[in-house]
Design a binder for this molecule. Sequence first.
Ligand SMILES: NC(=O)c1ccc[n+]([C@@H]2O[C@H](COP(=O)([O-])OP(=O)(O)OC[C@H]3O[C@@H](n4cnc5c(N)ncnc54)[C@H](OP(=O)(O)O)[C@@H]3O)[C@@H](O)[C@H]2O)c1
Length: 198
Amino acid sequence: MKVLVIGASGIIGSAVAAAFAQHQVIRASFSKSDISVDVANPESVRALFDKVGKVDAVLSAAGQAAFGPLRDLSDADFAYSLANKLMGQVNLVRYGIDFVTDGGSFVLCSGVVSRRPMAGGAALSLVNAGLDGFVRSAALELPRRQRINAVSPGWVAETLAAMGRDPRVGTPAATVANAYYQAATGTMTGRVLDVPAL
Ligand SMILES: NC(=O)c1ccc[n+]([C@@H]2O[C@H](COP(=O)([O-])OP(=O)(O)OC[C@H]3O[C@@H](n4cnc5c(N)ncnc54)[C@H](OP(=O)(O)O)[C@@H]3O)[C@@H](O)[C@H]2O)c1
């Protein structure tokens, strides 16, 4: 398989790239990978596919959203979150359809706060729930047996460690990456894979 990993320099994305080591992996991210892309910029997403060409899977581990108390989240914070993590990944699908091979797939990244809310996570919950809904619906309409799924992680162990918190309560990035592998190589579509299971 030829797979395109977006966010390939990140904690989850680098584990996803490693999980596909037996395949041809094209690494893209904002600034630290072979190919630069800004998912929040539709023209940049279009240019990414023009550059990369046909792929068997688009694996997204990119997407930022604002975090903070609801009353402090500004219009700009919401606009940023929607344009980046939500529409950035939606546009990977919209613009990627013509570049994904027959039977190929998309795997997007949402997150557990869509269903397990936490204070400060209103914008993130909004975006993640939108992604979950988008994946379920888009699966009904993708052409040429293409599939689409989302991986919805809880706290990742390496992220907790980087924050100086106890990594043992998190999930290893390699486990999250394995969910991407199962989604891209299996037959499922329209699924949101919670890692760990809720
Ligand atoms: N880590 C967790 O505990 C956790 C839990 C649940 C959900 N998630 C979700 O998983 C995704 C990845 O998280 P992570 O922890 O792996 O993040 P990370 O380590 O901070 O890595 C972020 C990756 O996204 C890239 N990126 C940032 N802005 C971008 C943009 N505008 N366009 C394209 N690429 C961009 C970065 O590229 P550069 O390095 O080149 O700047 C990097 O490769 C996020 O959507 C996050 O919300 C993470």
